[in-house]
Design a protein around this ligand. Structure first.
Ligand code: DON
Length: 307
């Protein structure tokens, strides 16, 4: 298959669309990103990469980081993790408080904010403190992307900390139900640090490979998680990776993927490749508008879908 041609066609088709979406402005440090940008990359199992557009530009990975923290938590706690977090779609916006109240502080899944905050808490407990937990999260992402330079933007993390009232509320609500072990401020700070990690589409498409290959990095053979755990993570990405638009993403694209409000979407094509697309303008559900369209075009042009 001529992947370069397909990516070039997709970039051209999305560039013709007049509505590019709206950048996330509830995090002030992200409000000034140029919505015209678009990049897309895919990485095959032998390491070959194909890219188009702004694929070297670093962007805030935001909720895509939740795939990697969920991976670590599942690795260390196995199915015990599900005592504190569910694995059902929420059908609600990513930062909703309502469901958490009537479900007694147990978040629906690890990809809504409450669930990801809970996962971060579990990792702080596992590693003993928040500094070590952050270091280990960063190191894991450096390992899977094979990119030692991966780091977080202090400006974005601080901006989130200064405006993260809802996340604080979610954490305090869980704490009131005894479903968080550590200090709320510490947990939220650690959560914002991993959301503020900056990567480009090349790095992220590479980083998804272990999920496309049963938990094992197909390039260097590193075993990250079990085959069953990889299967579960892909299942939760498919059903919960795009919040209340998860059904729509499965309907149109048909691949496990995770979005972030920075405009990135990272996708797994089982047994074939990792993909990442980035365009900062979002749709009403907080997922990249052009990114979602580009992935639908990719699935249609290549016939790649799990269905
Ligand atoms: O907690 C937040 O609001 C952000 N750090 C992450 C949100 C996010 O990326 C949701 N994604 N679509």
């Amino acid at each position: 298959m001529n992947y370069q041609l397909i990516l070039d066609e997709i970039a051209h088709e999305v560039s013709c669309l007049s509505n590019k979406g709206k950048v996330a402005d509830y995090i002030p440090a992200l409000a000034n990103v140029d919505p015209e940008q678009f990049g897309m990359s895919l990485t095959l199992f032998d390491g070959t990469q194909y890219s188009v557009g702004d694929s070297n530009t670093l962007f805030s990975i935001q909720s895509i980081s939740k795939v990697f923290t969920f991976t670590l938590a599942l690795k260390f706690y196995s199915t015990n993790l599900y005592k504190r977090i569910g694995r059902e779609p929420s059908g609600d916006p990513f930062n909703s408080l309502v469901q958490l109240e009537y479900e007694h502080g147990i978040p629906r899944n690890p990809f809504i904010n409450a669930g990801a905050i809970n996962v971060t808490d579990a990792l702080i407990s596992y590693f003993g403190n928040s500094t070590k937990a952050s270091e280990e999260i960063f190191q894991f992402i450096r390992d899977i992307s094979d990119e030692t330079s991966v780091n977080c933007s202090k400006i974005v993390a601080t901006s989130e900390m200064d405006h993260g009232f809802r996340n604080m509320a979610l954490a305090n609500l869980m704490k009131s139900f005894n479903n968080l072990d550590n200090d709320v401020y510490d947990i939220i700070q650690t959560y914002f640090r991993h959301c503020a990690i900056e990567m480009n589409t090349k790095m992220l498409s590479r980083a998804m490979l272990y999920l496309a290959n049963h938990g094992v990095d197909p390039i260097n053979g590193m075993v990250h998680i079990t085959e069953q755990q990889a299967k579960r993570i892909n299942a939760v990405m498919l059903t919960c990776g795009h919040y209340d638009a998860s059904g729509d993403f499965a309907f149109h694209v048909g691949l496990p993927g995770k979005s972030g409000v920075g405009g990135g979407i990272a996708v797994v094509v089982p047994q074939k490749m990792g993909i990442c697309v980035w365009s900062p303008g979002l749709n009403a559900q907080g997922n990249s508008l052009l990114g979602t369209i580009a992935l639908e075009l990719f699935a249609t042009k290549t016939g790649m879908s799990i269905f």
